[in-house]
Design a protein around this ligand. Sequence first.
Ligand code: NAD
Ligand code: DAU
Length: 361
Amino acid sequence: MRTYLVTGGAGFIGSNYIHYMFEKYGDEIRIINVDALTYAGNLENLKDIENRANYTFVKADITDKDAIAAIFENNDIDRVVHFAAESHVDRSIKNPEVFVKTNVLGTAVMLNCAKAAWELPDGSFKENKKFLHVSTDEVYGSLPDDPDAYFYETSPIDPHSPYSSSKASSDLLVKAYMDTYKFPANITNCSNNYGPYQFPEKLIPLIINNALQGKKLPVYGDGKNVRDWLYVMDHAKAIDMVQEQGKLFERYNIGGHNEKQNIEIIEIILDTLCEMLPDSDPRKAHINRELITYVTDRKGHDRRYAIAPDKIREDLGWEPETMFKDGIRLTIQWYFENEDWMKNVTSGDYQKYYNDMYAGR
Ligand code: NAD
Ligand code: DAU
C-alpha cells in the first residue's frame, strides 16, 4: 500500500486532490494530511473522509522541522504531494514575509526531511519514492495580449509579486535538490483553478458570494486581465498522472486552454446564476450587471497568463476534461448547496480582511 504525505490538504486544491485520490484508489492507498490550518485551511472540506481508516490528519506547520521529521520517522512515506503554501497574491502584496517563510523555508524543510528519510548511505535514494512540488504558472511572469504567446516549461522564470517570487524560489529549491542530489521529484506549474471549497478571497467564489448577497463586484483595473481557468478535479488528475507516469526530474505545465478576461468571467457567473436560480428565489432579483464596480488595480497586476499544456498532453495523454460552462455550473451548484460552509469561512477574520482589502477601492 502506497503511503502519501500530502501537505496543505485542508486547503482548496489539497482537499479536492484528497477526494480525488480516495475516489480513484479507495483502500489501496493511505494518506497523511499535514496542515497548519491557517485561515485558508478548513477541516470541514474533509468531513466526509475524516473517519476513513486509511486517512490521518496531523496539525503541523511545514516550517517546523521536528514535527515534519517525526512524520517521516514514524511512517514509511512513498509519495509527498506538496501543496501547503500561502496562496493569495493580494495578501502577499500587503504582507510578504509569511510567504517567504511558508513557501520557501517550508519547502526547504519538506525537501530536507524527505531527503533524510529516503537517502541511502551511498547517496542514492530508496526505490520508488517520489516528491511532487505543486507550483503555479505565475512563476513565468506575464504574457502580452498576443493570442500566440504561451508559457512553456522552457519559458524564463520571471515572477513579479511576492507570492509568485516565493513560489519561484521554492521551484528553484526543488530543482537544486534534483540537480545536486538526484532527489526524485517533479514540479508542476498550473494555471488558475476553480471549483468547490475555494476560499472566497479568490475571484470566482468572491463574485458568486457577493452576487448572491447583492454586494458590489470589485473588478481590478480595466477588467481585461486574462487568466487560464482549470477545473480543480482536472488538476488533481494531472498531479496523479505526473507522479505515477511522468518522467522524474521533469517539470510539467498544467492548463485548461481556457483563457478569459476577468470581466468575461464575471459576466458568465452572473448569467449562470440567473439561469440556475428559480424566479421564486429572492436572491435573483438583485443579481445584475450594475453590481460590477471597477476599483483600483492590483499593484504589479500581471496582464495575461496562458499555459501551453503540450508536454503533459503529448507525454502523458492528459487533457482538461471539464468545459468551463460545465465546471462553473458544478461550482455554483456546490456553493448553493454549501451555504453554511460559506457563512463559516466568511465570518470573523475574513470579514475584517475583506473590509481592509477593499477599503478605498
Ligand atoms: P489554499 O490557500 O486554499 O490552501 C493552502 C493550504 O496550506 C491551507 O490548508 C493552509 O492551512 C495550508 N498551509 C498554509 N501555510 C502552512 C504551513 N506553514 N504549514 C502547513 N500548512 C500550511 O491554496 P490552494 O489554492 O489550494 O493552493 C495549493 C497549492 O497550489 C499552492 O502551493 C499554490 O501555490 C498552488 N497553486 C494554486 C493555484 C490556484 O489557482 N489556487 C494554481 C496553481 C498552483
Ligand atoms: O495562476 C495561478 C494562480 O491563480 C495561483 O498560483 C494563485 O495561488 C491563485 O490565487 C491565482 O492567482 P490570481 O491572482 O490569478 O487569482 P485571483 O482569484 O486572486 O484573481 C484572479 C484575477 O481576478 C486577477 O487578475 C485579479 C482579478 N481580481 C481578483 C479579485 C480577488 C479582481 O478583479 N477582483 C477581485 O476582487
